[in-house]
Design a binder for this molecule. Sequence first.
Ligand SMILES: NC(=O)C1=CN([C@@H]2O[C@H](COP(=O)(O)OP(=O)(O)OC[C@H]3O[C@@H](n4cnc5c(N)ncnc54)[C@H](OP(=O)(O)O)[C@@H]3O)[C@@H](O)[C@H]2O)C=CC1
Ligand SMILES: CC(=O)[C@H](N)C(=O)O
Length: 255
Amino acid sequence: MSGKFATANQPLSGKVAVVTGASSGIGRSIAIHLSNAGAKVCIAARNVGKLEELKSEIEKNNGTAAFFQCDVTVREQVMQLIFFAEKNLGPVDIMVNNAGVMMYSKMSNVMMDDWDKTIDVNCKGVTNGIGAVIPGMIKRKRGHIVNTSSDAGLQGFPGLAVYSGTKFFVEGVSQALRHEMVEHGIKVTCIQPGDVKTNILSHTTDLEAQKQYDGSSKCKILDPDDIGRAVAYVVSQPDHVSINQLLIEPKEAPI
Ligand SMILES: NC(=O)C1=CN([C@@H]2O[C@H](COP(=O)(O)OP(=O)(O)OC[C@H]3O[C@@H](n4cnc5c(N)ncnc54)[C@H](OP(=O)(O)O)[C@@H]3O)[C@@H](O)[C@H]2O)C=CC1
Ligand SMILES: CC(=O)[C@H](N)C(=O)O
């Protein structure tokens, strides 16, 4: 099925979505679910090989995808990402600021390089994404910004103090932005996953912190698909409905 008219199976037909952090895990799954729902997707990350693979997979499934190499901490690259997406696919309707890193880190071990990196990617990556799409969305009087927060944006987790702080930042920015955007017809959603089976743990250098605090092996955690499906649901609501935040947890591990 194709064409620009939304149908029950493809409610996002005719829409353009940009997904950062699409080379892996949650972002990859969000891109697939948005494509399955009919959106044309522009996928971004630093790892071009993985983006190429995902583009092929989407196209094999009759979807439309373009990819752009982008470090979300570099403002100019994020601006270029949106320019590229609009030139190749059309005006951006849905911006998913998903790229992020998480490193277990005990504050007492003072791993300040890890803290800086976490703040740069998780905070600046999101403000760069918002800044790049918002002028166009305001001009068109429509759009949906989806920020991948975390359950750590609602509660500080030991061993993840700085990470939790970055996700509180995402929540605070999103909440204020949502109010400012009402007059422009733009929706803002925070997705708040609990533990999801991805590569996110692979960047931790403070193994003492991970050993002490990571409990993700204690129960059946979420699959990236569980989050991709939720994002497709959130952005497929009727125009007057806004899902402002969505907390998605493993059944056995509520906060
Ligand atoms: N896994 C989990 O349990 C949870 C994860 N989250 C959040 O979900 C999001 C995705 O994480 P997840 O899929 O788990 O982790 P992954 O490590 O699997 O994916 C992270 C993605 O972010 C991208 N990325 C990292 N740094 C940069 C950068 N500087 N510029 C551009 N892209 C970057 C990576 O791409 P590349 O390296 O190619 O640039 C990759 O595509 C994050 O925001 C994370 O905080 C929230 C709650 C739970
Ligand atoms: C606090 C957490 O570990 C959460 N699963 C996340 O990765 O954001």
